[in-house]
Write a protein that binds this ligand. Structure first.
Ligand SMILES: [Zn+2]
Ligand SMILES: [Zn+2]
Length: 389
């Protein structure tokens, strides 16, 4: 075996040992976008290129590889030479390496990622998987989901939620060969958090902390942008109740940007939708229509004779929330609403406001999630075994 290859292989052994000590997640990036080709560029540190699982070359900063999918294979071009493989990967040689991915599709932005990349092909599209340490991923999610202009304390809140969510959904894409996608379906992730150092610091400050319910199971840490003054029970929006997703009043978010909304919808569209869903009255005979949804944030949009699931009304008209009143004004329906999002679990703008007012992250989390514990994830088994005694 040539010395260079031997050294690289030894390095991998050390690296996989490190990987065992820390937690790495496989995140499918640019999920849902058809990417037939892309450029990969090493931004920082040293990588090893693996071709069909074998050490192939060392990559230094600035090294770039053009990637293309063809009939289920990856065609990669480096230094002017093209080769074909079932799959390639680049493996970081320490914990600080970074690379940049730029899809050929101009509508997709380039992103900077940390740690490793695995490249495969499905038909004529690339499948790109960033294998990344848990807390680097969490920091990236916090920035993508919450933006870069908040307090340090709020970033601790969001870090714990995102970490808990990720760890409780590790098998969400098991059938696809990765843990999570980078879209709203799992959690939005655009690679490295890079606009506010406070974010990775908050992730570090809350390292390994997760939320569990009374049976020491990781919770479904649901959150939405603004609850409009009161959060909802899980069963008001989804099918299953959850002991910790229970409605709580929230006045903190009412002074925030997403607390109110208005929308006008042509009358014909509004009544057309209601009729299509079995609404019993003819729109020409209905001179006055004033619906109040929800009376007390009920699950159904209704008048006295008819009801429809409020989430269906919301998705059909792309409303910001299910919390609104509606009345006729001329040829239009005028909707006045509160909040933004499904309203279950933590209210982001309420939590942002609480953090601005000086409340610590643990109190904010306990306010929105009922009867939960905040524990180190390494102690989950310990607590469970104590419960079984
Ligand atoms: Zn997903
Ligand atoms: Zn709220």
């Amino acid at each position: 075996m040539p010395i260079k290859t031997f050294l690289l292989s030894t390095f991998f052994f050390v690296l996989s040992f490190l990987a065992g000590a820390t937690s790495y997640l496989k995140i499918n990036v640019y999920n849902g976008s058809a990417i037939s080709s892309a450029t990969l560029r090493v931004h920082r540190g040293e990588y090893v290129l693996l071709v069909d699982g074998k050490d192939d070359a060392q990559l230094n900063p600035g090294a770039s590889i053009h990637l293309r999918a063809k009939d289920g294979n990856v065609v990669f071009t480096r230094n002017g030479q093209s080769r074909t493989a079932k799959g390639i990967a680049i493996q970081a040689q320490s914990l600080d390496e970074e690379f940049i991915l730029r899809p050929a599709n101009q509508q997709l932005k380039e992103h900077k990622y940390q740690d490793h990349l695995i490249v495969k092909a499905r038909g004529n599209n690339l499948v790109l998987v960033n294998e990344v340490q848990l807390d680097k991923y969490v920091a990236g999610v916090v920035e993508a989901e919450a933006g870069s202009k908040h307090t340090h304390e709020y970033y601790k809140v969001q870090s714990i939620i995102s970490r808990t969510y990720a760890l409780s959904n590790l098998d969400r894409h098991a059938a696809h060969g990765f843990n999570l996608c980078d879209q709203v379906h799992c959690q939005v992730y655009h690679g490295k958090a890079r606009f506010n150092d406070s974010i990775p610091m908050a992730t570090k400050a809350t390292e390994d902390l997760v939320l569990v319910d009374q049976n020491i199971n990781l919770i479904t840490a649901a959150f939405s942008s603004n609850c409009g003054g009161k959060t909802l029970n899980a069963e008001d929006v989804w099918s299953q109740p959850r002991s910790y997703l229970v409605s709580v009043p929230d006045t903190f978010c009412l002074v925030m940007p997403n607390s109110h909304w208005e929308k006008r919808i042509p009358k014909v569209h509004w009544y057309g939708f209601l009729k299509k869903n079995g609404f019993p009255l003819d729109d020409t005979t209905r001179s006055e229509a004033s619906f109040y949804f929800p009376k007390d944030k009920n699950r159904y949009f209704s008048d006295t004779t008819f009801s429809i699931k409020s989430s269906d009304v919301r998705s059909n008209f792309k409303l910001r929330s299910t919390f609104f009143t509606v009345q006729e004004e001329g040829e239009e329906m005028y909707l006045i609403g509160r909040g933004f999002g499904h309203g279950v679990g933590l209210c982001q703008e309420g939590a942002i406001r609480m953090a601005q007012l000086g409340l610590p992250y643990n109190e904010i989390l306990h306010y929105y999630y009922t009867n939960v514990h905040l524990i180190d994830r390494k102690n989950i088994e310990f607590f469970r075994s104590e419960m079984e005694r």
